[in-house]
Structures are given as C-alpha cells and as structure tokens.
Design a protein around this ligand. Structure first.
Ligand code: BMA
Length: 326
C-alpha cells in the first residue's frame, strides 16, 4: 500500500497516501460531510459505516464497501441507519458508530450516538450483513457518547466502554458498564480520565474504535481534546486495559500517536480534528488499519504494525495514575 512520509519519520502510524478515502464530493447523494466511520471485515471486504451529515446538519449512517479496504469504494444509495421519526431521541441525528463482532451473538454490534432534544445518548443495534439492522434502543441516557462494546463477555457479562458526562462533575472521561443481556446495565465504573492542565488530552477524552484483544491486554486507541485559543484540537493516544479487569489501565502513553497535520485534517467544517472510530487488524500481515474522520469532513486511513504498536505501548506507556477514583 502507498504510504506517506510518516514511514521515514519513524512515526508509529503512517497515513495512506491516497487520503482522504471518502469525501462528500464522491458521495452518491447530496451530503455536507462524511466522517467518523466504524469498520468491519465482512466476507473478505471492508465495510465502513460512515457518519454522513446532510445539509440540514443532521447525521445518518451509510455503508461504503471496498474489496481491499483502501480504494474502489462502493457506497450504498440509502442509509443503513437513519433517524426514526417515531423516536424523538434520534431526531437530531445518529453519529459516530463503533462496530464489534460478538462471536456468541453471531452478530455485529453497532454502538452509536443518538442525538435529540435530551442531548446525546448511546444506542445499540445489531446486524449480520450490514444490509439490515435490528435496533436495541438507547442503552445509556444523555449525556453519553463514544460507546464501543468489547468483543467477548467478561465473567458472563458484556462490557460497553462509553463516555458519560455527569451533572455532578461535568467531567468527560471513559467509563464502562456491564450487562448480561445488552438491555439492562449495571452502573458505570471509571476507566480512564482526561489529564489535567497542559496535557493534549486535558479537556475530554473518549474511546476511538472498540479496543482489540491482544496477549498484552485490550489495545485502546482513544481521542483526547485540548481547548486552545483557536478551538478544540482532537488527537489520538494509546492505552492498554487489563484483559480480565478492563477498569485497570495497564499502560497509557504520554504522547499522542496521531494528530492533525495534513491539509484534510486542518481544513474542513471543524479544523484540527482526527477522530478514529474504526480499526481492522489483518493478522496475516500484522497490519492495523485505523479509519478516522478528518476535520469533520472526510474519512482517512493510517496504518501501523500491531506488534510495533504493542511493543511501543508496553515500553513507553506508564501505569496510569490519573484514572478516576471510584
Ligand atoms: C465530538 C463528536 C464528533 C466530532 C468531534 C469534533 O464531540 O461530535 O462527532 O467529530 O466532536 O467536532
């Protein structure tokens, strides 16, 4: 695959030279922006479930497919998931999907933000083929977003990472909730907190793609926000969560691993945003493909070697001492 100059500079993730992969200009119907796509490998093809913002400002989720995951994208003419007029909590749009294959359900589980007058909440849906979906409804009330399910149960429970904002603390950190049936959920438990002061991830954080299971732990790529005089800067960082107790942060890297730098990340509806929601691991080549929204306008790709990323986070990450205390 053609890679950009990151390869020479020694960065962990290298941007695909053909970025952006998907943009509103090449969409089959009128759209303002295409961004923040969840990713899945389905029958040998890559499926990106894209957040598409229409020209009212309301988002829906539409599938784009590619045999090689980088080019020749074929985009559906109609959304897979669009706001249901009978559901007020979806009336302002569906956003930022994350996709997890859950073996014991023999389904993909899609976690997405459902936005309505009550604020952003977190909803789930399942699919077997990305051609039809079954809604499970809103599972976390506003304000909550950035949800992603782990791919297996832990001690008989599904685990959902998410980002509630509580009226009490006004903090925007990563928490997790557990459920035996994906319908009733135990109260959230804290996982990873925004770091105070001058840090790149000081204003708020949220997961990127659902973490992937590795021998070292759940590999988590998360987004962190810093407020600047020019607005919010969205970057991505790395952490490792304990395999059997994912509230324990085994490692967290100090530096971000991907931040806005290229024109398509710096210019758009919201300049200075990289927002990963999809990740695919290709074991045969050790490759990680990270699909991310850029400047809230298009979808881009960066790749890395999983073993290098794991080596990096184990060597350079520190045990997290900034996590929220329960
Ligand atoms: C977040 C989400 C994302 C968006 C990002 C930057 O709060 O709404 O969809 O990409 O802000 O604007």
């Amino acid at each position: 695959m053609a890679r950009s100059s990151g390869e020479i500079s020694g960065e962990l993730f290298q941007r695909y030279r053909g970025n952006p992969l998907l943009s509103p200009e090449r969409w089959p119907y009128a759209a303002n922006a295409v961004m923040n796509a969840g990713a899945a490998e389905v029958d040998g093809s890559t499926v990106l479930l894209c957040r598409v913002e229409d020209r009212r400002g309301i988002s829906h989720l539409t599938v784009a497919r590619s045999r090689n995951g980088v080019s020749n994208w074929v985009v559906d003419d109609v959304p897979l998931l669009a706001p249901d007029p009978d559901l007020p909590h979806e009336s302002w749009g569906l956003e930022d999907p994350r996709i997890t294959w859950v073996e014991d359900l023999e389904s993909w589980v899609i976690a997405f933000t459902s936005f309505g007058p009550g604020g952003p909440g977190l909803s789930l849906a399942t699919t077997q083929d990305f051609r039809s979906v079954q809604r499970l409804g809103m599972v976390r009330a506003p304000e909550d977003k950035n949800g992603g399910l782990l791919s297996r149960q832990i001690r008989g429970e599904y685990v959902l990472l998410h980002r509630p904002v509580t009226a009490l603390t006004h903090r925007a950190d990563v928490w997790l909730s557990r459920s035996k049936d994906l319908h009733s959920w135990a109260p959230p438990e804290p996982v990873l907190a925004a770091r105070p002061g001058g840090w790149w991830d000081s204003a708020r954080i949220g997961i990127g793609p659902p973490p992937i299971e590795t021998p070292e732990g759940w590999l988590l790529i998360y987004h962190g926000v810093r407020q600047t005089a020019a607005g919010a800067l969205y970057r991505a960082g790395l952490a490792l969560l304990d395999l059997e107790e994912p509230t324990k942060v085994r490692r967290r890297c100090a530096e971000w691993i991907l931040g806005p730098r290229e024109d398509y990340e710096l210019m758009g509806d919201v300049p200075g945003v990289v927002f990963p929601c999809g990740m695919i691991h290709r074991p045969e080549s050790d490759e990680l493909r990270l699909y991310y929204g850029a400047a809230d306008s298009c979808v881009a790709l960066a790749t890395a070697s999983l073993s290098e990323v794991l080596g990096f986070v184990v060597e350079h990450g520190e045990e997290d001492s900034t996590g929220l205390q329960a």
